[in-house]
Design a protein around this ligand. Structure first.
Ligand code: ADP
Length: 301
């Protein structure tokens, strides 16, 4: 196969590993800098140009689209889809997963376990919003945050009220979420490929911290997930329409709760922790499933 990897930087661990795994399995793999590709959408024959040449002959495309380039990255991916190239994840599913509120609404509609969550912009009754998620302690999250930044644990209703007021002053959309204390500062990253969890790791926050993000000093270890956790992760990816996803789960005393479904999950942490060749499993998924003009939506919907 001829495979394109849409990525801003060929030196990133995940990009490098996908290229390496693809080549080892006998494919031609080309990294395309997402923001450098440009497109012709006026003609009947959609094209993508790169470095002065049209991109041609690709069978599959692996999108590695960072949160900051979602808008343009999805447009490039959509163009590949219109050209009949098979996407590992479809542009529509990626765009959907980047909207945290929409994602939680979709997941809740399908009965996936979620922490009780309220959304707000300028709530006219902050007390009621706090009661909606069963009071303090609770977690407040800025919608656009990543790597744990903008995620605040409020121990008391008074503290929650002040934080909500502060975010209101900044005109930020926020999520107010019940605090899953029994998770003990840990979450589980399930790496889903197709209809399987192919690897899972536990991330544990450092002492005195509730956020398990590796960027916040958390540490990763191997974990054996329960059949219920496995089912939850697979269903969450499916609801989002993602073939490959990183599903983050909190272990609550009433079962697994999905926190987030990530459409470009990193490979470094999961491969290092589990010793699994995740990149190769992703390429094998393409080998089995890739076919021309298979994208269901081609960017519609
Ligand atoms: P980001 O997307 O910025 O990483 P998350 O929503 O994943 O933000 O939150 C960061 C971390 O905080 C999570 O990995 C988890 O360890 C912890 N956390 C988030 N929400 C909750 C919650 N409702 N209850 C307990 N811990 C939480």
């Amino acid at each position: 196969m001829k495979i394109a990897v849409l990525s801003r930087n060929p030196r990133l661990y995940s990009t490098r590993r996908l290229v390496e795994a693809g080549q080892l399995r006998g494919h031609e793999v080309v990294v395309i800098d997402t923001l450098r590709a440009y497109m012709n959408i006026a003609s009947h024959k959609p094209q993508i140009h790169y470095r002065g040449q049209p991109l041609e002959g690709f069978d599959a495309v692996i999108p590695r689209i960072g949160a900051s380039v979602t808008f343009y990255g999805c447009a490039v991916l959509r163009q590949f889809e219109m050209m009949g190239v098979f996407p590992l994840n479809e542009s529509v599913a990626i765009a959907r997963s980047r909207d945290k509120l929409r994602s939680l609404q979709l997941l809740s509609r399908r009965g996936i376990g979620l922490p009780v969550t309220g959304f707000a912009h300028s709530p006219d009754d902050i007390d009621d919003l706090i009661q909606m998620v069963n009071g303090a302690p609770l977690v407040i999250k800025v919608l656009e945050g990543t790597q744990g930044i903008g995620v605040v644990l409020c121990e008391t209703a008074k503290a929650a009220e002040s934080v909500i007021e502060a975010f209101m002053g900044l005109k930020q959309n926020i999520m107010v979420q019940e605090y899953i204390k029994e998770a003990g500062g840990a979450d589980i990253r399930c790496f889903v490929v197709g209809d399987k969890v192919i690897a899972a790791m536990k991330r544990q926050a450092k002492a005195g911290e509730f956020r398990s993000n590796l960027h916040r000093g958390g540490s990763a270890s191997l974990i054996k997930i329960t059949p219920e956790e496995r089912m939850t992760a697979i269903r969450a990816a499916k609801v989002m329409g993602l073939s490959v996803a990183g599903v983050d789960i909190l272990r609550s005393n009433h079962g697994p709760l999905v926190m987030e479904v990530n459409s470009s999950p990193g490979l470094e942490g999961i491969e290092t922790t589990t010793g699994k060749d995740v990149a190769s499993l992703v390429i094998q998924y393409l080998e089995k499933n890739s076919a021309p003009h298979l994208t269901r939506t081609k960017g519609k919907g």
